[in-house]
Design a protein around this ligand. Structure first.
Ligand SMILES: [Zn+2]
Length: 173
């Protein structure tokens, strides 16, 4: 699908040129994503807008769009979900990576070379819900009736809700 297009690109040169690249990958060819997939079908469309950041480092705005078949954490059935994600990424080599102060994501590079496929995969992994659940409790096959309400809210929410529920529980005991 992406035959003929280079995967490893020079992030510094592309940032100088403010280049915008687009790629399409089969989800089945993204090894870290595969364990989240119920079926290895579908594609991800990715756009990379390279830029030199204010601090002089190379970076990129990354957008991804995909409809992977995920495993519902309630009924363990595969279901397709439309996902989009975007991040501002800074390319960092070795020691420069890992400053927790920044809003940006750091993506480690060797000699300024970036794998666009790995970058798209990273962004897509960030876009996948913490506990994916097929959308409608009525069709989510095997969840016991009395838990559907709570679990649906948890599944639709973010990671903070389970922890706040836990805190309430701890206060009571
Ligand atoms: Zn389900």
């Amino acid at each position: 699908m992406a035959a003929g297009l280079p995967d490893l690109v020079d992030s510094v040169r592309l940032a100088d040129e403010a280049a915008v690249l687009e790629r399409v990958y089969d989800l089945g060819e993204l090894p870290r994503l595969r364990e989240s997939l119920a079926e290895p079908r579908g594609i991800v469309r990715a756009t990379f807008a390279f830029a030199t950041l204010a601090d002089g480092h190379a970076g990129a705005e990354v957008w991804v769009q995909a409809s992977p078949v995920l495993v519902c954490q309630r009924c363990i059935q595969g279901f397709e979900v439309a996902l989009t994600g975007s991040s501002q990424v800074e390319f960092a080599s070795g020691d420069a990576a890992g400053s927790a102060e920044s809003e940006r994501e750091f993506f480690r590079v060797e000699n300024g070379l970036v794998s666009l496929r790995e970058l798209a995969e990273e962004e897509l992994l960030l876009a996948i819900p913490f506990a994916p659940a097929c959308s409608t409790p009525l069709t989510c096959g095997k969840a016991p009736d009395h838990t559907i309400g709570d679990e649906a809210r948890d599944a639709a929410g973010d990671m903070r809700r389970p922890f706040s529920a836990l805190q309430n529980l701890l206060k009571k005991t």
